[in-house]
Structure formats: C-alpha cells, structure tokens
Design a protein around this ligand. Structure first.
Ligand SMILES: [Zn+2]
Length: 293
C-alpha cells in the first residue's frame, strides 16, 4: 500500500512534468474508483500551478484564468494505486483508469512533448476528486486531518498534550490521522521500537520525554523512506519501471518470531485494534524505557 513516503516520492516524480504546464484534457476510463471520478470539463486548459501533498492526498493546483475560481484535483492512491508520467502514445494497461494530458513546456514548438499522467489502480480504492476555490483544505476529506509528521507543528509536546487521559494504545494513537497524518503500520511499529515504547501502552501513560524521542523517531523513519524513494524517481517516467514501494531495513515490522536485531529476544506479535503488531518484549518494555538504539 502506498504510504506517505511513496506518495511524497510520487509528488516529487510528477512535479517537474506538470508544474507550469497546461492541463489539456483529462480522460476517464472507469467512472468510479472509491467514489465517482470528478474531473469537470471546465478544467481543460487550466494552468497547473503546483503539486502538493496533504497526508496521503496529492493535490494538483489549477489556475483556471481570471474569470474563474481556481481549483484543485485531489488524488489518492488508495491501496494499490500509482501515477506514472508517460508518452502520449503509450498503450493503456489493465487498471489504467484515469489520466491527465499535460502540454509540453509553454515555449515548446513540438506537441510531441505532451505527456500523460496516468493513474493505475487495480483495487480501485483510490480517488480523483475536485475542490473549487483557492483552499483545497476545506474539502471534507482534508478538513479534519491532523498535522504533518514532517511539519513544524508536530512535536513530542504536541503528542504529549493530545494524549493525556487517552486510554487507547499508543500505536493506534500515532496512527490516528486526526492526530498526525501518514504514520502507517510500518512506520508506527518501527518508530515505537526505536523509542523503546511498547505499542500496547495506553497513549496517556507515555511520558513527555518518551514522546519527545518518539516524535523524532517518526520523523526519522519517514525521512529515511523518502530518501530511499529518491533513488526510484526515474521509474516514474516510462512504462517499464515499477513505482517504488520501498524495501527498508526493518527492526520489527513483519518479523514476528525472529530474533531482535538488538538483543536477540524473540519478537512477539500482538493484535491492537484490527492490526497486527510486532515488538520486542525486552527492548520495548515500558512507556519511557531507555531507547535500545
Ligand atoms: Zn530487543
């Protein structure tokens, strides 16, 4: 599943091909993904003024000219989606459901430089939605999102304050997108290991100091994954590459029953909510244990 790092890598891969260019047209091959695709004809001819990310949503900023409101195409990759930059004559593959056709550079003499930004989504849990106006964050899907984990508002103090008296497991707390966006199962499991915090501890019991460390670990694991994704950027262009779902060196995620790489204790699996979670009973002892690494 594309997580925040994959979405950010997608944003960086697509950005140079679309910003400052004209959205010539859109083509919809499958009327509905998670919801019906929204790509009004009024967008054709708009200038694309930026590609942003909010949580795991990609936002294509559109300038429709003086007489019209600006707007934003909101794209989510769902469980299995990917966006690719392709030549205009690239044959469609199964599960290619939607595409933007963007013009070549403004001063280009050659129409051949037009490109497709094509969405492939086998499981169709993704979405393409439209929000008019200058502020896409008023969209119902975006309005209630928590802070960005790599942004300035996210900190140990922020987690500490919001977690007081909360009884839910700390792992579910940091995976709650109303608190902080984009901390998926892998990143939650790994950052809790690095911080020495047991994933089942009630969020309200985790100390200020432990949250301070945890917030840094969360930033660290996400930044590492994005850095790794950078090496896959070229794969966004052309039809033969595979968009990166990054393989990372993991301490606990997916390693139930294996020995801990720090202390050799057998890693334990536990269900928290509906998610499986793996932790080291020795390294992740308490809510404020000395971090193992
Ligand atoms: Zn251990």
């Amino acid at each position: 599943m594309p997580e925040l790092p994959e979405v950010e890598t997608t944003r960086r891969g697509v950005e140079p091909w679309v910003v400052g260019r004209t959205l010539k047209t859109t083509r919809t091959y499958q009327s509905s993904l998670r919801w019906p695709i929204e790509a009004p004809k009024a967008l054709h001819g708009a200038n694309i003024n930026g590609v942003y990310r909010r949580g795991k949503y990609l936002l294509f900023g559109l300038d429709l000219g003086d007489d019209h409101d600006n707007g934003t195409l909101i794209v989510h990759l769902g469980m299995s989606g990917s966006l690719r930059v392709l030549a205009v004559d690239t044959p469609r593959l199964k599960h290619d459901h939607f595409e933007l056709v963007v013009s070549g550079p403004r001063k280009s003499k050659s129409a051949q430089e037009d490109k497709l930004i094509r969405l492939n989504d086998p499981r169709r849990f993704g979405c393409v939605l439209y929000q008019s106006g200058n502020d896409p964050k008023v969209h119902p899907l975006l309005a209630h999102l928590g802070v960005e984990p790599l942004g300035n508002e996210f900190s140990g103090e922020y987690l500490f304050q919001l977690s007081r008296r909360r009884k839910l497991a700390v792992k579910n707390f940091i995976m709650d997108s109303k608190i902080v966006v984009g901390v998926g199962n892998i990143y939650a499991a790994e950052s809790l290991f690095q911080a020495g915090i047991r994933p089942t501890v009630p969020a309200g019991k985790v100390t200020r100091q432990a949250y301070e460390d945890l917030s840094q670990r969360i930033r660290g694991v996400l930044a590492d994954a994005i850095r790794q994704g950078g090496t896959t950027l070229r794969d966004f262009v052309g039809s033969d590459g595979k968009p990166g779902y990054f393989k990372q060196s993991l301490y606990v995620y997916g390693r139930e029953g294996e020995p801990c790489q720090v202390c050799a204790t057998r890693l334990k699996g536990v269900n928290i909510g509906n998610r499986s979670s793996v932790y080291c009973p020795t390294c992740q002892r308490h809510s404020s244990f000395q971090p193992p690494i």
